[in-house]
Design a protein around this ligand. Structure first.
Ligand SMILES: [Zn+2]
Length: 230
């Protein structure tokens, strides 16, 4: 049921360019701005009410039900975030690390790759014909991929490294090299800054009650953009 993030990402990109022609490359927009643009387009086309499908978190119930939400409140919330175009700067000795929100493109790639690794992990655990050694090798490969993915999501959040003379190094390879060889302390500072930006831009979860068992749950507001305009 999970749509391929890049295929739906391509569709999203086309919707945005056709509705807001002044945006030439939606892939490079901060992910939050993409949410904002899509919700605005959806309101303009279908009104401010929208229904989301949920499955009850009570495993004995697992009822599927629909929750109506009002999109206007999210437009307001997203509209009040003003971090999007500014970067946060971390000082480290004589260097300054410029942090930026993830672009829609980076986020799509990261989501897709982590989904693929999760599937590979499941597949490896279910393959009965594997010997113990082969299974360990498969897990090790997935772990290596996940580590690499983690580094790439961090470097995607780094806009550049400012040298003492003011030059801003933005070359991707050099940033990856820097992050790979940096101290644990700075690595953590960069991760924290990226997390802070993400938390500021995260949409509030929706509180809803299962109509069947009356279980109250906080469900994350996740728009399935593949079905957004259908
Ligand atoms: Zn329930």
């Amino acid at each position: 049921k999970t749509p391929d993030a890049l295929i739906s990402g391509e569709a999203v990109s086309q919707v945005i360019s056709s509705c807001i022609p002044s945006i030439t490359d939606p892939w490079q927009m901060p992910a939050t701005d993409v949410d904002f643009a899509l919700i605005a387009i959806r309101i303009a086309s279908f009104g401010e009410e929208m229904e989301l499908e949920y499955t009850c978190t009570n495993t004995e119930c697992a009822e599927e039900f629909r929750v109506g939400i009002n999109l206007n409140q999210y437009i307001e919330q997203l509209g009040n975030i003003n971090i999007s175009y500014e970067s946060t700067i971390i000082s480290y000795g004589e260097l300054k690390i410029h942090i930026k929100p993830l672009s829609y493109f980076d986020l799509s790639i990261i989501q897709r790759r982590s989904f693929e690794e999760q599937r590979a992990m499941e597949a490896a655990s279910q393959m009965e014909e594997l010997s113990e050694e082969e299974r360990q090798q498969a897990y090790q490969k997935i772990l290596n991929n996940l580590t690499e993915l983690n580094i790439s999501s961090i470097t995607s959040g780094v806009q550049g490294i400012e040298l003492p003379d003011g030059e801003l190094v933005t070359n991707k390879e050099e940033i990856i090299d820097f992050v790979n060889n940096t101290s644990v302390k700075l690595y953590r500072k960069i991760t924290d800054a990226i997390t802070t930006i993400r938390e500021t831009t995260d949409l509030e979860p929706v509180e809803s009650e299962c109509p069947e068992c009356k279980n109250v749950m906080q469900v994350p507001l996740l728009f399935d953009y593949a079905n957004f305009f259908v």
